[in-house]
Design a protein around this ligand. Structure first.
Ligand SMILES: [Zn+2]
Length: 246
């Protein structure tokens, strides 16, 4: 269910694991992705369960139609007509509106400026990292009044740099765009460290507080991993502002 939750000064962050839902294999059990072949009724039930577990400060949850790009949408509540825009970043300045990002190996990036009451969420896989969806999301947050120096950043469970094997040419291509991402797998082949790249992009933009999950989805039986399972569910990361300044 909600496996990791963190609140500071009226900003709230949460990440799910794969347990506590109603989906059957291979989406067992808390699949939150609506475009992976799972029963839509199960997904809706899982989303309702997870939303209830976020607590009283959380309002409506806004999802994205993620396409591995760098476009960002500003939202004030649920999508008109219910159709999510094809974006990989969401920002809002409305307290209680919960921004959600779906992943199964990609890096979910949650951002919030608790002082401005501005939240952002981004989906950073390899293409999104290279296209700087993280920077685009921070820019959109700044346009709503956020200051990067006040932004609290949390990245969630994702495939780690010791597991994300790629061809050497691809590693070099991404390293040229995002220095610090070149890595090596535990079995000695070229790899990319996406969470490290997200961290460096955030620090370069002036974000000071960046904390990463220590969970590797590919190595954890409690998390969905596209690389391990191919047909599988999706985890969610949630971020919102409002409520008590605890
Ligand atoms: Zn790993």
């Amino acid at each position: 269910m909600i496996a990791q939750q963190y609140s500071t000064g009226g900003a709230h962050f949460a990440f799910t694991d794969r347990w506590g839902g109603v989906s059957a294999a291979p989406y067992d059990r808390l699949n939150l992705g609506g475009a992976v072949g799972d029963d839509p009724e199960a997904v809706a039930a899982n989303r309702a369960r997870a939303a209830a577990a976020l607590g009283p400060t959380a309002g409506p949850v806004v999802w994205m139609n993620q396409v591995h790009g760098a476009d960002v949408a500003v939202v004030t509540g649920p999508w008109p007509g219910g159709e999510a825009a094809a974006v990989d970043g969401l920002v809002t300045a409305v307290p209680g509106v919960v921004l959600a990002v779906l992943t199964a190996d990609c890096t979910p990036v949650l951002l919030a400026d608790p002082v401005a009451g501005v939240a952002g969420a981004a989906h950073a896989g390899r293409p999104g990292l290279a296209a700087d969806v993280v920077g685009a999301t921070l820019t959109a947050m700044a346009e709503l009044g956020a200051d990067p120096a006040r932004v609290v950043a949390r990245t969630g469970p994702s495939v780690c740099g010791r597991c994300y094997e790629v061809p050497a040419a691809l590693r070099d291509e991404v390293e040229a765009l995002v220095p610090g991402t070149a890595a090596t797998t535990t079995w000695g082949t070229p790899a990319i460290d996406i969470p490290a790249g997200v961290r460096s992009q955030l620090l370069a933009r002036g974000v000071r507080e960046v904390a990463a999950s220590d969970i590797c989805t590919l190595e954890s039986a409690d998390h969905f991993s596209y690389r391990r399972e191919r047909v599988t569910g999706r985890l969610a990361g949630y971020v919102w502002t409002g409520g008590d300044r605890d």
